[in-house]
Design a protein around this ligand. Sequence first.
Ligand SMILES: [Zn+2]
Length: 135
Amino acid sequence: MAKYRVTYSCGHEREVQLFGPLKERDRKLTWLASQVCPDCASPARPKPQARLVKDGDHYRIQVTDAFPIKDYLKGIGYRWDPDRKAWWRPVNPADPADLVPAWGQLRDHVDPDPDLSRLERAWESEQVRRYRTDD
Ligand SMILES: [Zn+2]
């Protein structure tokens, strides 16, 4: 038995105890280093949080605690802000053609803030109103 320090892919370090032949331990260490640490893998970890944030004259959707979905966010055009420790993209909350699809990409992955939820309800009632008017 021996103790090792592992740096996981999330950047956290932990001491682990490994048993068995040296070759197996090496394999296990390499595998562990490719995983996120138990804390980051835990379902108790906070869900990523989406916020609508005013940024000067503009707005952005900002996602914090986003490590588990960072690759997804990067893939849909979000950028990393090291100062705010958040992923973000610019958005125009007054333009449903901009905001609705942006929110659609996020909604299943995050806890929304009250502003985004309120906007979403407003769009829904607007759609219902338009539908009835078109009828
Ligand atoms: Zn971690």
